[in-house]
Structures are given as structure tokens and as C-alpha cells.
Design a binder for this molecule. Structure first.
Ligand SMILES: Nc1ncnc2c1ncn2[C@@H]1O[C@H](COP(=O)(O)OP(=O)(O)O)[C@@H](O)[C@H]1O
Ligand SMILES: [Mg+2]
Length: 164
């Protein structure tokens, strides 16, 4: 059988509430083949974001394993092949769209001209090419913000030595 792209085995996470530990992710196992999309749907507070944070390594699990391409990544923060577009997009409002998209490369010390060229490729990829918004301070429109976040994520996924 081919190795799953992402596999969770008996993943568990609880949060303390008062003297109790409240289980949020209960012994979760699943296997996602390469190139498959998975939607996780559930009521507010059921643990969707917690599950994504566990997979991205932003919080440690209590127990269980997380395999990406067959490699155990449980508790490993970020890294190539993973990224998260946050509900609030988590962009820098004082930077332009391109400035946000370039940020990971800037931290790595990539020269400005190279950063610009790479960023423009990703701006084009998410359909923002030619929009004045790329040159001005970050706009407040949800659709554009989400596209800027996705471009930034894609760029870091492909280029960053570590995800920022
Ligand atoms: N850092 C935390 N500390 C304590 N409780 C948390 C923490 N993060 C999430 N929770 C609790 O875990 C449960 C699941 O939260 P969350 O994963 O954000 O749900 P969802 O994304 O499905 O709305 C909620 O009851 C929430 O209050
Ligand atoms: Mg959530």
C-alpha cells in the first residue's frame, strides 16, 4: 500500500479546565492519500483548530503519532510541506500585500530584487496580478486578504528553509 500523505495515529490532546482535563482530540486516527482534500466540519469548539495546530506542530499532543510522507513529525514546529492559513489571516497590516508575501524570504536574507520576482510569481498564482492593492497598504477585503495569505503560505512552502 502506498504511504499516506498524512497519517494520524491515536492522536490525543486535552486542555486543563480547573482541576479537570477536558479531552478535545480523542484518540484520532486517519489517513489522507496524496492529492486528496479533506474538510473537517463540526460545531464551534469541537476541536478543529486544535487538530490543525497539532498537525502544524504549533502545540504538542499528549500522545499519538503524526506522519507526513511516512516521517513522524509530531511536535515538530512548521517545516516544509506544512502551513496554515489562520482564520484571522495573521498578516502585517502595515505592510503591502507584496511586503507580506515576501516576509519569509526577507527573514532569510534573500536580496530585494529576487524577493520581488518570487513574490510576483505567487501574486500571479492567486490572481492578484495587476491589482494596485499589491503596492499599497494591506487592504481590508476578506477575499484579497485570504489570497495574500494563501500566496504567502505557498511561497514559504516552496522556498522557506523553515516556515515563518
Ligand atoms: N489553549 C487552550 N487552552 C485551553 N482550552 C483550549 C485551548 N485551545 C482550545 N481550547 C478549548 O478546546 C476546545 C476546542 O477548541 P478549538 O479547537 O478552537 O475548536 P474549533 O476550532 O472547532 O472551534 C474548546 O473548548 C476550546 O475552549
Ligand atoms: Mg477554529
Amino acid at each position: 500500500m502506498a504511504t499516506a500523505k498524512l497519517e494520524l495515529r491515536n492522536l490525543k490532546k486535552s486542555f486543563p479546565r480547573g482541576k479537570e482535563d477536558i479531552p478535545v482530540v480523542h484518540d484520532m486516527s486517519l489517513s489522507i492519500p496524496n492529492l486528496e482534500f479533506l474538510a473537517i466540519i463540526g460545531p464551534s469548539g469541537c476541536g478543529k483548530s486544535t487538530l490543525l495546530r497539532l498537525i502544524d506542530g504549533l502545540i504538542p499532543g499528549d500522545s499519538g503519532e503524526i506522519f507526513l510522507d511516512g516521517v513522524d513529525i509530531a511536535g515538530v514546529v512548521g517545516g516544509r510541506g506544512r502551513g496554515m492559513v489562520f482564520q484571522g489571516f495573521d498578516l502585517f497590516p502595515w505592510r503591502t500585500s507584496r511586503g507580506n508575501i515576501e516576509f519569509g524570504l526577507e527573514v532569510q536574507g534573500t536580496p530585494a530584487a529576487e524577493r520581488k520576482e518570487i513574490a510576483l510569481h505567487y501574486i500571479n498564482l492567486v490572481g492578484l496580478a495587476g491589482f494596485l492593492v499589491c503596492l499599497t497598504a494591506l487592504p481590508l477585503f476578506g477575499k484579497i486578504l485570504s489570497n495574500v495569505s494563501i500566496a504567502s503560505l505557498q511561497l514559504n512552502y516552496n522556498w522557506a528553509q523553515s516556515v515563518v
